[in-house]
Write a protein that binds this ligand. Structure first.
Ligand SMILES: [Zn+2]
Length: 282
């Protein structure tokens, strides 16, 4: 584990990416992380222009001039701990929010993740709807949640309600639910737009057969949401493997838990009928 005088955001990225690796969420170059950086976060980091302006395939005026930490394309999240300067980079957006240039990292040379448009569009919405509080986007390949998308024809209400009923604290962690996005080609504009739209209402979006996106105020917050959702999916799969969800929490119980913690379950999800998903079909 690298121990230096790195800024705290790099130490946090090392902690988060290492945890993601140990949980089996980021095989090879799978998964990517990004963080919008306030100027004080970069104190002590030797920033210098390292690339020309490069099209980011977005036009996001509310990100003009913003700086971001990104994991690199083709780089492995599990290697951030031994060489953050190779596997992470800091980029700066231009005055129109359309092009970026590298200011640090991606040694010896490189670029941000191929999911750059999805991250930037997500950051744009996150910044707007959270009034600047949300700074982080994580994308990762969580095995339990992915398996769930192979098991059933899901919708946003069904997936959200099922997770709330599979781990009783989920409704407190993500009362707005989790958006289900049917399969689309990764890296494309269509899935980037769908993810950003999802983030207007919710803090997580599940890409069918692929992985999950989450936004949060910091790495811990986004990581925690994903961890909670994937654990719920794992509990569901275990219960189904053991015979089925014969005594899952009712809608009333989910609502009472939510009320106890002063949150409101998403109205478009709470009434979903998940009963057919709790019975084994074999
Ligand atoms: Zn992916």
């Amino acid at each position: 584990m690298k121990t230096t005088n790195d800024p705290i955001f790099i130490k946090e990225a090392i902690k988060t990416s290492s945890d993601m690796w140990f949980l089996g969420w980021c095989e090879a170059n799978g998964g990517n992380i990004s963080q919008r950086l306030e100027p004080d976060k970069m104190a002590g980091l030797p920033l210098a222009v390292k690339s020309d302006w490069t099209p980011a395939r977005v036009s996001l005026p509310n990100l003009a001039g913003e700086k971001f930490m990104f994991s690199g394309t083709t780089r492995f999240l599990r290697n951030i701990s031994i060489a953050p300067e190779k596997n992470l980079g800091v980029i700066e957006m231009d005055s129109k929010g359309e092009n970026y240039r590298v200011l640090w990292g991606f040694e010896p040379e490189g670029r941000p993740t191929s999911e750059l448009p999805a991250h930037l569009k997500s950051h744009s919405v996150a910044k707007e709807v959270s009034e600047g509080a949300d700074h982080v986007v994580i994308h990762t390949h969580t095995p339990n949640l992915i398996a769930l998308t192979y098991l059933h024809e899901l919708t946003t209400p069904l997936l959200s309600k099922l997770l709330w009923q599979s781990h009783v604290e989920c409704v407190v962690g993500f009362p707005q639910g989790i958006e289900f996005i049917p399969w689309m080609m990764a890296g494309g504009d269509e899935i980037a737009d769908a993810t950003a739209v999802a983030f207007r209402k919710r803090s997580m979006a599940m890409w069918q057969h692929h992985g999950v996106f989450a936004r949060g105020r910091n790495l811990d917050a986004a990581f925690g949401l994903i961890h909670m959702a994937d654990k719920a999916a794992g509990i569901y799969l275990k219960a189904m493997a053991a015979g089925g969800m014969r005594c899952a929490p009712s809608t009333d119980v989910v609502c009472r838990i939510a009320a106890n913690f002063h949150v409101t379950p998403a109205p478009d999800c709470i009434d979903a009928d998940t009963s057919a998903l709790m019975i084994r079909r074999d």
